[in-house]
Design a protein around this ligand. Structure first.
Ligand code: HEC
Length: 114
C-alpha cells in the first residue's frame, strides 16, 4: 500500500513537471522574460523605459508568423533592443516555439492572420 502511494506520488510529480512549461515557455523564460515579463505584458523596469509592446495584444498578435520570425530572429524593425536571436544562439525551431507560445498567450479575441 505504501509502495502504491509512493509510486502514485512520483508519477503525479513527473506529470506536473512535464505539464508546467511548454518548450516555447522555457525558451521565453531563458531569453525574453527579463524585459517582456512572465505575463508578456512588458511591465518590467526596462519595459517601461523602452516602451515595450504587450506581446499578447493585437499589435503583435496581428502580425504574420514570418514577420515575427524576422522580428525576433533577425531583429527587423527594432529600434530599442537588437533582437536577432538567430545569430545569438537560438535556432529557427526555437524561434517558432516562441511564436507558438506568444500566440498561446494572446488576449486578442478576433481572428488573427497567420
Ligand atoms: C533587453 C530587453 C529585451 C529582451 C531580452 C527581449 N526583448 Fe523583445 N522587445 C524589447 C523592446 C525594447 C521592444 C520594443 C521594440 C524595439 O526593440 O524597438 C521589444 C519588442 C518585441 C516584439 C515586438 C516587435 C515587433 O516587431 O512588433 C517581439 C515579438 C519581441 N520583442 C519578442 C521577444 C522575444 C521572443 C524575446 C526572447 C527571445 C525578446 N523579445 C527578448 C526588449 C527585449
Amino acid at each position: 500500500m505504501r509502495d502504491t502511494f509512493a509510486l502514485t506520488t512520483v508519477v503525479l510529480l513527473l506529470v506536473s513537471v512535464a505539464l508546467a512549461q511548454s518548450p516555447g515557455e522555457t525558451v521565453f523564460t531563458q531569453h525574453c522574460v527579463a524585459c517582456h515579463g512572465s505575463d508578456l505584458a512588458g511591465h518590467t523596469a526596462f519595459g517601461r523605459k523602452a516602451n515595450i509592446p504587450d506581446l499578447r495584444a493585437s499589435v503583435v498578435q496581428s502580425r504574420s508568423d514570418n514577420d515575427l520570425i524576422a522580428s525576433i530572429g533577425r531583429g527587423e524593425g527594432h529600434k530599442e533592443y537588437p533582437h536577432g536571436f538567430l545569430s545569438r544562439g537560438l535556432s529557427i525551431v526555437q524561434i517558432k516555439t516562441l511564436i507558438t507560445y506568444i500566440r498561446s498567450m494572446s488576449t486578442v479575441t478576433a481572428p488573427v492572420k497567420k
